[in-house]
Structure formats: structure tokens, C-alpha cells
Design a protein around this ligand. Structure first.
Ligand SMILES: Nc1nc2c(ncn2[C@@H]2O[C@H](COP(=O)(O)OP(=O)(O)OP(=O)(O)O)[C@@H](O)[C@H]2O)c(=O)[nH]1
Ligand SMILES: [Mg+2]
Length: 461
């Protein structure tokens, strides 16, 4: 999908740097030319391409690769950092009551995205409602209503009312029990004054916490002007890029984000209400440039992500001992393990397990290296609540979606599912352990864990 060409052509150019430790001016020129060519082909705005390639060039020539780093890795790191600087972190979407206003040109995907977002919020345990203020397009009411039915979320619209502002006001009142109000608006062919005036008025009335620009990935060079006008009219906090499942080149996304000085909130990847992904900058750019090389770099970002991840109050480690072991449990285990140290050391602490039983377990069950754990963490962030609860039900198409959303290979997603299965089986063996053994084990682990309070009910790993 997006900018796919950049990934492959850039990798090709970088291969020619293989083995070099210093970069000549020509080397840098060649890389920068390749980047320019790919970005322009992908419809990224010309001035943005120039800006980006200038900063890459300057840095690549000026900065010394740190000791032991190849020239190739050094350039890749700079390209990665400069691109991440443009797309930025994903738009912060707090999981709390809020009003979201959607703006965008006709057919950009606003109505579809409204239902998708509502579905997304409902999966996060919030109660969303979609308010359809589009009185311009015939059928807008029915379309939104149907999509909301499919998403199983509340909907408000009034096919007999012709004033969008009235609908917005009445809609907010009628759905006041909902936590998250998503206000859909009408689109027009171009940026007519009428559209801008209307959305300004709606914006004034609903005073949204978040104004999102919905943006067709195919827009290309038109992106800049469009983004600028919406930014001036209502102030854009984030962008939802739609139709990334299609043939779109997607470069307009970079332009829009840069132009509105905002960030990407969501990606739309299909026509059904579930086809929505939270934007993940690290995965997005890594995917663009060829993931493998960037693991090291992205670790830092990932760590920051998991640290800010809210603690899940519902999770009860005791449940594991009662038999069910979901991916959610595994996620929590991994978080805790990160704080505790390598798995095999923990296993050694468990009385009676040091030798015998350990040797009977498949080697792979212990092979949860730090790197794989990090990949797994990103993957799990891209999974739905339902998939986390029932990983055995995850089929091929879901694997594909999760892989796309997380920027990890499908292979790694399948490995995660395998790993979960193995841990689940391993756990079954532990469940036969006597209570006394278990208590001793817990005590020992608490001591080792440096008195970490949350470790009290920590499971068997
Ligand atoms: N393949 C694909 N199609 C999408 C996506 N998002 C929206 N669409 C399709 O794009 C078309 C337009 O989507 P709408 O949601 O009606 O767009 P809109 O911005 O509300 O359009 P107006 O209300 O007329 O301005 C529909 O056929 C959608 O099914 C997406 O992420 N992928
Ligand atoms: Mg619409």
C-alpha cells in the first residue's frame, strides 16, 4: 500500500552502500535522489520532498556514524528519524467522553469513518453515538443509519430537517447519555465557500474536543490546499486517512499532516465498520522502509508506548489459575516479565522446576527473547478485545489485518499465536501443582521482584 515503492527502491539503493563505513557525497546524493523520486511518485508535495531530502542530506554528510555502525544503517536511521518527524506521533485519542467533528471533501469517507470510529470506541468500552448533519447528499441519513446499525452503535439523524446546525444541536441533546459524540458533516465536490461556512457554524455549535480531517489516500497533490483550508476554518487536530486498502499512493497523507501541523489518528482499510486501525507511526514508517533494520531504533519508541499504556483494572491474574489463559493474560505476563528479567531465570526460582520439568518442555516455550516480546507487544496493541480474549479464533484474514496494523510480518503474528498456545499448554502442567508449591513460588518471586506491589498475584511464569 502506501509508498510501497519507497521501501523497495530505497532498500535497493541502500544495498549498494553495503560494506561501506564512510559515505561519499555521491553516495548521499544517490540515496537522496532515490528518496525524492519515490516520494514524488507517491504524490508527496514537492516542497515537502525538498525539505525532507535537504535535511537527510545535511545530516548524512555531517553526522559521523557512531562507532560500529555501517554507513548503510546510519543513513537508514537518519531517513527513518526524519520521516517519523514528519508524520509524528499518532493523534492522542483519550478513552474518555468527548465530541469529535469530522470534516472532509465529498466521498472522502467521512460517514463510513464515523461509524468505524464509533465501533472502535465501543470496543474500548465507551458508549459512542453518531450524529449525521449531512442534509446535502440524498441518502446520507439512510447510509449513516445503516452503517451505525452494522456497528451496533447509537445513531441520530433527522431526514426532515434541512438545517445541519439544528440537527447537530438536537442530536447532541438526544444522545446526551452517550460518552463519545461523533458528528458527521456534509461533503462537497470542491472547497466551496458554502461548505466552509457550514462546517464553521457546526463547529461553533458543537465545540468539538477533536476535529478530524477525513482524507482519501488517493487525493495526492490536492492534499495541501484542502488541508490548509480546513485548518483555517476549524483547526484540524488530526487526520483519518481512508481507502488505504486500495491502490492509492498515500503520499498526500504526509502532506496533509505537515500542512495542518497535526498528526494521523486513524487509518481506514476497507468498507466495513471494522476496517479501522489506530495509526502507529513507528510501524508505519518501519513498514515503509523495511522493518528488519529498524527494530533497534524502534525499541525506544515502543518502550515509551508500553510505559504510557494505561493499567488494566479488570485483569485478574488469579483467573489464569482457574484455567483460562487469554492473550490478554499473556500480555500482562510479558509486561511483568519485562520488569523482572528473563524467563528462564524466573523458572529457576520455581521450586522443583529447575531441572526435571523444564527439560520436558519444548524449547520454544522458553524462547521469548526480549526482541520477540517487543514485537509481540506491538502486535497485541493492534488486536481487538475479542481477539485478545479468544486468540484461537483468529483466522487468516485477521492475521493479515493485524500484521498491517502493527507493521509486523504475518509470520510474527502467527508466532505470537503459536507462543500463546504453547504457554497455555505449559500452564496446564503447572495447574497440577500443589498449593504449597505455588505459595512458595510466589513468595520467592515477590522477593526477587524488589517488593513490586503489583507482583503479588503474579502467575506461574
Ligand atoms: N475500500 C474502502 N472504501 C472506503 C473506505 N472508506 C470509505 N470507503 C468508501 O468510499 C465511499 C464514500 O464513503 P463515504 O463514507 O460515503 O464518504 P463521505 O465522505 O461520507 O461522502 P459524502 O458524505 O458524500 O461527502 C463509500 O463507497 C465507502 O464505502 C476505506 O477505508 N476503504
Ligand atoms: Mg457522508
Amino acid at each position: 500500500m502506501v509508498l510501497d515503492n519507497l521501501g523497495s527502491s530505497l532498500r535497493g539503493t541502500l544495498e549498494t552502500l553495503q560494506g561501506k563505513t564512510r559515505l561519499s557525497e555521491e553516495d548521499v546524493e544517490a540515496v537522496v535522489r532515490e528518496i525524492q523520486r519515490s516520494l514524488l511518485q507517491a504524490d508527496v508535495d514537492v516542497s515537502l520532498v525538498m525539505e525532507l531530502s535537504d535535511s537527510i542530506k545535511t545530516r548524512a554528510l555531517k553526522e559521523e556514524p557512531p562507532g560500529g555502525t555501517s554507513a548503510r544503517d546510519h543513513v537508514l536511521k537518519i531517513v527513518y528519524e526524519e520521516m517519523v518527524a514528519i508524520v509524528g506521533e499518532s493523534t492522542e485519542i483519550p478513552l474518555e467522553p468527548q465530541t469529535i467533528l469530522l470534516a472532509g471533501l465529498q466521498g472522502s469517507g467521512k460517514t463510513t469513518s464515523a461509524a468505524k470510529m464509533a465501533w472502535w470506541f465501543s470496543k474500548k468500552g465507551l458508549r459512542p453515538a453518531v450524529i449525521q448533519t449531512d442534509t446535502f447528499r440524498p441518502g446520507a441519513y439512510d447510509q449513516a443509519k445503516q452503517m451505525c446499525e452494522r456497528a451496533e452503535v447509537e445513531f441520530y439523524g433527522d431526514p426532515d430537517e434541512s438545517d445541519p446546525v439544528t440537527i447537530a444541536r438536537e442530536g447532541l441533546e438526544a444522545t446526551e447519555d452517550a460518552d463519545v459524540h461523533i458528528v458527521d458533516t456534509a461533503g462537497r465536490h470542491g472547497l466551496e465557500d458554502e461548505l466552509i461556512a457550514e462546517i464553521e457554524e457546526i463547529e461553533g455549535l458543537v465545540s468539538p474536543d477533536l476535529s478530524l480531517l477525513v482524507f482519501d489516500a488517493a487525493i495526492g497533490q490536492g492534499a495541501k490546499e484542502q488541508a490548509r483550508q480546513f485548518e483555517e476554518a476549524i483547526g484540524i487536530d488530526g487526520v483519518m486517512i481512508t481507502k488505504l486498502d486500495g491502490t492509492a499512493k498515500g503520499g498526500g497523507a504526509l502532506t496533509a499532516v505537515n500542512e495542518t501541523d497535526s498528526s494521523i489518528a486513524f487509518l481506514g482499510t476497507g468498507e466495513t465498520v471494522q476496517d479501522i486501525e489506530r495509526f502507529e507511526p513507528n510501524g508505519f514508517i518501519s513498514r515503509l522502509l523495511g522493518m528488519g533494520d529498524l527494530k533497534q531504533l524502534s525499541e525506544r519508541v515502543e518502550r515509551a508506548m508500553s510505559e504510557t499504556q494505561a493499567e488494566d483494572e479488570d485483569w485478574d491474574p488469579e483467573d489464569i489459575m482457574k484455567g483460562s489463559f487469554t492473550l490478554k493474560d499473556m500480555q500482562k505476563q510479558m509486561e511483568a516479565m519485562n520488569k523482572m528479567g528473563p524467563l528462564d531465570q524466573i523458572m529457576d526460582m520455581i521450586p522443583g522446576l529447575g531441572g526435571g520439568l523444564m527439560d520436558q518442555l519444548p524449547d520454544d516455550a522458553m524462547d521469548v527473547t526480549q526482541n520477540r516480546m517487543r514485537s509481540f507487544e506491538i502486535i497485541m496493541d493492534s488486536m481487538t478485545e475479542g481477539e485478545m480474549e479468544n486468540p484461537r479464533g483468529v483466522g487468516a484474514s485477521q492475521v493479515r489485518r493485524i500484521s498491517r496494523g502493527s507493521g509486523q510480518d504475518e509470520e510474527t503474528v502467527r508466532e505470537l499465536l503459536e507462543q500463546h498456545k504453547m504457554m497455555e499448554q505449559t500452564l496446564k502442567q503447572f495447574q497440577g501443582m500443589g498449593d504449597g508449591d505455588m505459595q512458595r513460588m510466589m513468595k520467592k518471586m515477590e522477593q526477587q521482584g524488589g517488593g513490586g506491589g503489583g507482583m503479588g498475584g503474579f502467575g506461574p511464569f
